[in-house]
Write a protein of this length. Structure first.
Length: 333
C-alpha cells in the first residue's frame, strides 16, 4: 500500500508531457509570455495577501467595542476640558467693557462681545460649566430615586403596583410642564432647578431597574440564597445591586443630556437660574432681543457649544452601553 501511494505521488513522464502541452496551448491561444504567466500568478497571490490585510484592518476598525472606547475617550476629554476651563476662569473675565460693545468675532474675541462689552467666549464656557454642574446633580439625584424605587418595586406585589402607578403618573405629564411647576415650588436657582430635573427624569430609569429586579428574582442563585436563610436586604445588596451598577451608571449618563437641555429651556423661560449667573439659557434668552439687529454671534456660538456638550454626553453614554454590554444584541456585536 505504501509503495502504491509513493508511485501515485511521483510525477510520471507522461503526466509531465501532458502539462507541458497544456501550458504551450495556453500560451499560443492567449499569446501569453511564460514569464508574464508566472508573474500573474505571483501578482494574484500578492493581491490576495493585500486583500487579507485590508480585510483584517477593516474588521479591526469596525469593531464596535474599540470604536466605542475611542469615541468615549474623546467625549470624556472634551467634557473635562470644558468643565475645568469654566471653573478655572477668573471672575473678572466676564466683566463689562463699554469700549468693546457689539463686536463681531475676531481673534481677540472668538465669539464676539455683547451689548455690554462682555466676552461671549468666556460667558459661554462659564455657562457650560454651570450647566454641567446642574446636569450632574440632577442626573445623580434621578438615578438615586430610580434605584430606590426600582428596588422597592421588587420587594412585593403591593409595592410593585403602587410604584408602577407612580411611574405611569409621572410619564403621563409633559416634562416641561412638571419642570416649570417644580422649579417654581423650589424657588428656582441652581439647587431648585437641579431638584426639579431630578424629580422628573427618574421614571424611565426606574422602569428599567424594576424590570431587571423582577428578572433577577427568578434566578437560580437568588432562590438558593433565600433557602440558605439570607434576608431580602442582604440579597438585594450582595447579589442584585452589583448586577444593576453598570446599567444604572449608563442610565445616569444618558440622563445628562436631557438635564442640560431642560435646564437651558426653563432658564430661557425665566424660571431657572438667576440672571447674574452665567448660564446658556440666560445667554440665549438675552440674545433674542439683538438678533434682529444682525448680532447673530450672540446666539449661534453658545447654542452650538451647548449642542456639542450634549452630544458628548450622549456619545459617552452609548459608548459605555456598548462596552458594558447593557445594550441590545443589535447594538453589541
Amino acid at each position: 500500500m505504501k509503495q502504491t501511494v509513493e508511485r501515485s505521488s511521483e510525477q510520471t513522464p507522461e503526466t509531465a508531457e501532458v502539462q507541458k502541452v497544456n501550458t504551450a496551448t495556453q500560451e499560443v491561444r492567449y499569446n501569453i509570455h511564460p514569464g508574464l504567466l508566472q508573474a500573474g500568478t505571483r501578482t494574484g497571490t500578492t493581491n490576495q495577501t493585500r486583500n487579507g490585510y485590508a480585510a483584517t484592518g477593516n474588521q479591526r476598525f469596525r469593531n464596535p467595542r474599540q470604536r466605542a472606547l475611542i469615541w468615549g475617550s474623546f467625549a470624556v476629554i472634551w467634557i473635562a476640558l470644558v468643565w475645568l476651563t469654566g471653573r478655572m476662569l477668573p471672575a473678572g473675565s466676564t466683566l463689562t467693557s463699554l469700549m468693546d460693545r457689539n463686536l463681531a468675532p475676531t481673534w481677540a474675541h472668538p465669539f464676539g462681545t455683547d451689548w455690554l462689552g462682555r466676552d461671549m467666549f468666556m460667558r459661554t464656557v462659564k455657562g457650560l460649566a454651570t450647566s454641567i454642574q446642574v446636569g450632574l446633580l440632577a442626573a445623580c439625584g434621578g438615578g438615586l430615586i430610580a434605584l430606590v424605587l426600582g428596588l422597592a418595586a421588587a420587594s412585593g406585589k403591593a409595592a410593585d403596583r403602587v410604584i408602577s402607578w407612580i411611574i405611569d403618573l409621572f410619564l403621563s405629564v409633559p416634562h416641561l410642564v412638571s419642570l416649570v411647576m417644580l422649579a417654581f415650588v423650589f424657588g428656582g436657582g441652581l439647587m431648585g432647578v437641579a431638584i426639579a430635573i431630578a424629580l422628573t427624569h427618574w421614571p424611565n430609569l426606574a422602569r428599567i431597574v424594576r424590570a431587571e429586579m423582577i428578572q433577577l428574582k427568578s434566578a437560580e442563585y437568588i432562590q438558593i440564597s433565600r433557602r440558605l436563610g439570607k434576608s431580602r436586604l442582604q440579597i438585594a445588596v450582595q447579589h442584585m445591586l452589583p448586577h444593576l451598577v453598570p446599567q444604572l451608571f449608563v442610565g445616569v449618563l444618558l440622563i445628562f443630556p436631557h438635564a442640560i437641555l431642560h435646564e437651558a429651556a426653563i432658564t430661557f423661560l425665566g424660571l431657572g437660574l438667576s440672571p447674574q449667573q452665567p448660564a446658556i439659557g440666560i445667554i440665549l434668552s438675552e440674545s433674542m432681543r439683538y438678533l434682529s439687529a444682525g448680532m447673530w454671534w450672540l446666539a449661534f456660538f453658545p447654542g452650538l457649544a451647548l449642542l456639542l456638550v450634549v452630544r458628548a454626553f450622549d456619545v459617552l453614554g452609548n459608548s459605555l452601553k456598548t462596552l458594558t454590554g447593557t445594550g441590545s444584541s443589535r447594538e453589541v456585536r
